[in-house]
Design a protein around this ligand. Structure first.
Ligand code: IPE
Ligand code: IPE
Ligand code: MG
Length: 264
């Protein structure tokens, strides 16, 4: 099997079909519906973001309990700067306060934190906070929690292409490039491709999330708003996932039995 040199965990679903498994190793979530949750209750939109943090906490715990190795949460997209300034500022402050408050607990629980996205657009104290949190938790192995902040799938592919181009300029030749070469430079090259994508809040779109990595991810959409999404709702998504036949281009007769038969 061809494995990326930078990360032994990375395998490409388009180069080789991954082994069948009952439990997703990597879950990626678009946490959507905070604003509508609040509006329905005649609360300001930002109250939905505050409430959504409780769901983040319970999802991290639920995924650790279910032996999920990688959980990736979309917290702020490269397009979310287009929102009213007040809401953007509130989200930044919330991000900082949650990070400051939760990092000790995360570390104690064996969680490795990574933040992906164009962090250069954040104030320097936020960048520093992220760097410290990542460094503190770098050797933890129970679960990798990735927060996508000022992240966009197109930004990710563009910055990876730029790095390849810079290498070619330095080498004074244009090398042949395959998908492994490019994927090595993606912001989340340390993780396997997501097995399961969940989007709460009723919309059925990817909103510029992990465009490259979702090549063969199972896509699950639920109308439940993020602040209402709980462990039971997660289990419904996991039940749905277990019923998927992941063929990766093959036919049913070619498939092996799933390996980890224990329920997640
Ligand atoms: C998702 O909830 C949170 C962020 C994008 C930060 P929304 O704020 O998009 O909530 P809705 O979609 O407007 O209800
Ligand atoms: C996607 O939600 C981004 C995050 C959850 C961070 P949005 O609410 O911003 O997506 P659109 O604008 O409805 O596609
Ligand atoms: Mg939304």
């Amino acid at each position: 099997m061809r494995v990326c040199e930078t990360a032994m965990t990375y395998t490409s679903s388009t180069i080789e079909a991954p082994a069948a498994a009952q439990c997703p190793r990597h879950i990626a979530i678009i946490m959507d519906g905070n604003g509508r949750w609040a509006t329905q209750r005649r609360l300001p939109r930002v109250a939905g973001h505050t409430k959504g943090v409780e769901t983040v906490r319970s999802m991290v715990e639920a995924c650790v309990r279910r032996n999920v190795s990688y959980l990736t949460l979309f917290a702020f997209s490269s397009e979310n700067w287009r929102r009213p300034t007040d809401e953007v500022s509130f989200l930044m402050r919330l991000f900082v306060s949650v990070l400051e408050r939760e990092i000790g607990k995360m570390h104690a629980n064996g969680i490795r934190l990574r933040v992906i996205g164009d962090l250069t657009k954040f104030e320097s104290h936020i960048q520093e906070l992220i760097r410290c949190a990542e460094a503190k938790t770098a050797n933890n192995q129970r679960m990798t929690l990735t927060i996508a902040a000022n992240y966009g799938g197109r930004w990710d592919l563009t910055q990876a292409a730029y790095k390849l181009a810079a290498q070619a300029v330095a080498a004074k030749e244009v090398p042949s490039i395959d998908e492994v070469d490019l994927s090595k430079h993606l912001a989340m090259a340390y993780a396997p491709e997501p097995d399961l994508f969940i989007r709460t809040g009723g919309e059925q779109r990817l909103s510029n999330f992990l465009l490259w990595q979702f090549a063969y991810t199972e896509l699950y959409f639920t109308d439940t708003f993020w602040p209402d999404f709980d462990a039971q709702a997660l289990d419904l998504a996991l039940d749905w996932y277990r019923q998927r036949e992941r063929r990766f281009g093959r036919i049913s007769a070619q498939l092996e039995a799933p390996k980890n038969l224990l329920s997640c």
